[in-house]
Design a protein around this ligand. Structure first.
Ligand SMILES: Cc1cc2nc3c(=O)[nH]c(=O)nc-3n(C[C@H](O)[C@H](O)[C@H](O)COP(=O)(O)OP(=O)(O)OC[C@H]3O[C@@H](n4cnc5c(N)ncnc54)[C@H](O)[C@@H]3O)c2cc1C
Ligand code: SF4
Length: 484
């Protein structure tokens, strides 16, 4: 830690981030958090104590090891290009991570400033640097190693695939991404809404990868258009970053009524297909007065807040446990509350009722009480007999988790998957099929953007080693993956 630290006056309070007013923002899809001005960013940066890189807890707790004090120092020196280059040494998507990382559980978790006052707002500083660079046409200088003559296929263009692709390209390999949808980005484009992560930022960061030579083919479903075996014939190694895009459904009567969506469908319609601009765009989405969203994670918050923005007057989050067990980011829960989303805790849907035309009209809920902790450490909800009641609704969104899609590996018996459908890998991200690696939600189940990026990075290193040595174990020892 810097020797000056004891003598320097420490600004204890975090510089607040300007935000759109809740009454205004629920009428638009523009970004909620407006981001720092240059003066505000520099003031917040000046609060950093500049811990040494070897001990800085922010670096240790970032899954892609961003040198936080290093980029903040460059900012304070007025060198924004340098700041961007420090971040991009380890993080290829700073405009994205700065916006969507759960910083409170990662880089900011053990920030030393927390002992003296507010922790440094690392995410918003990272976002500032990325935005400033984009707006001022500042491009980082990236070193690309001489061509190795090796070719790597990356399946899926979410944060895991994009990161693996960027790192492999920098190592001098030829990299081709295959993406099933018509636009690259994975959950970043079809899941997380515009008001949290503007799509122009995703596009810009994807364009940067293209500019360093990563090729992207969209509308290619591996497992249908081409098989994994086809890729293995053409490429020296394959990385699977196919995510966890198949929604879980409730097994209760009435679940097939019209107007009941998976969060995946609801958000894809609104974000990727721009149903919020219907009829200017072709894709519709059901509108009405009252929307119920089932679940307590980021996906549920995004669906609820998108519901408000397309005109629902009353939006309910129905969650089976209590607030403290919700998995959504604290910031997103607070934003949803400010916007007027209503929270109903300790309730479980047991049936849906539809009208004579088949449209959902009500959800029947049963009240819960909390029992002993389950395998996730969270207290198990136990239904209270006889406590059922109806909530009238015009539409419902089910956001109770997603699992990996099996299309890719259903005809590849050598590829071992768990009962939950996640791909089994060892600590070098090697699957049970020689030359094939995997990472991100495809191996973890639903997790976070930066964990997927961390996997992509480590897998890239392992792929590079394999390409150089050709070594592959006879049997892999499965890596233990912590439940989210
Ligand atoms: C609504 C929502 C909100 C979220 N909010 C946050 C948040 O605020 N912060 C956070 O950190 N995390 C958040 N998450 C989680 C985060 O987005 C994921 O953990 C992350 O995107 C996983 O990255 P990935 O690269 O593994 O997979 P994905 O982002 O799912 O990308 C996988 C890609 O692979 C493609 N694909 C799949 N199968 C094939 C195939 N056979 N052939 C070709 N392509 C294929 C898919 O089309 C997709 O584009 C959120 C998730 C959702 C759904
Ligand atoms: S990538 Fe995420 S966790 Fe790492 S420093 Fe940036 S905001 Fe924090």
């Amino acid at each position: 830690m810097s020797g000056e630290f004891k003598r320097r006056e420490v600004k204890k309070v975090r510089v607040p981030v300007p935000e759109q007013d809740p009454h205004v923002r629920i009428r638009n899809f523009n970004e909620v958090a407006l981001g720092y001005s240059l003066e505000q960013a520099l003031e917040e940066a000046s609060r950093c104590l500049q811990c040494h890189v070897k001990v800085a807890p922010c670096i240790k707790n970032c899954p892609v090891l961003v040198n936080v004090p290093g980029f903040i120092r460059k900012m304070l020196e007025g060198d924004m290009k340098g700041a961007l280059e420090v971040i991009m040494e380890t993080n290829s998507l700073p405009g994205i991570t700065g916006r969507v990382c759960p910083q409170e559980e990662q880089c900011e978790m053990n920030c030393i400033m927390g002992k003296l006052g507010d922790k440094i707002n690392i995410g918003k500083l990272e976002r500032f640097v990325a935005d400033y660079a984009r707006e001022h046409g500042i491009r980082p200088e990236v070193r690309i190693a001489p061509p190795t003559g090796k070719r790597v296929a990356v399946v899926g263009s979410g944060p895991a695939g994009l990161t693996a692709a960027a790192d492999l390209r920098k190592m001098g390999h030829e990299v081709v991404i295959f993406e099933a949808l018509h636009e690259p980005g994975g959950v970043l484009v079809y899941g997380i809404p515009e008001f949290r992560l503007p799509k122009e930022i995703v596009r810009y960061e994807v364009e940067f990868l293209k500019s360093i030579g990563v090729k992207i083919y969209t509308d290619v479903v591996i497992g249908k258009t081409l098989s994994l075996y086809d890729l293995l014939e053409e490429f020296d190694a394959v990385f699977l970053g196919t995510g966890a895009g198949t929604p879980n459904f409730l097994n209760v009567p009435g679940v097939n009524c019209l107007g009941i969506y998976s969060a995946n469908e609801f958000l894809t319609r609104i974000n990727l297909m721009k149903a919020y601009l219907f009829p200017d765009y072709d894709t519709p989405v059901k509108r009405g007065r009252r929307l119920a969203v089932i679940g307590g994670g980021n996906t549920a918050m995004d669906a609820a807040r998108s519901g408000l923005r397309i005109g629902y007057e009353e939006v309910y989050i129905l969650y089976r446990r209590t607030r403290e067990f919700m998995t959504a980011r604290i910031e997103e829960i607070a934003h949803a509350e400010e916007e007027g989303v209503k929270f109903m805790f300790l309730v479980n849907p047991v049936a849906f009722k539809c009208d004579e035309n088949g449209w959902v009209r009500a959800v029947t809920l049963i009240r819960n009480e909390l029992g002993e902790p389950d395998e996730t450490g969270r207290r198990r909800p136990i239904p209270i007999p006889g406590s059922e009641f109806d909530l009238e609704v015009d539409a419902v969104v089910i956001a109770i988790g997603q699992r990996p899609n099996r299309i890719l590996y259903q005809e590849v018996p050598e590829l071992e998957v768990t009962r939950q459908g996640t791909i089994v890998v060892d600590d070098k991200y090697r699957t049970t099929l020689r030359g094939v690696f995997a990472g991100g939600d495809a191996i973890r189940g639903e997790a976070t953007v930066v964990l997927a990026m961390g996997d992509g990075k480590k897998a890239a290193l392992a792929i590079d080693e394999y390409l150089r040595t050709g070594e592959w174990p006879e049997r892999i020892v499965p890596m233990k993956i912590a439940a989210d």
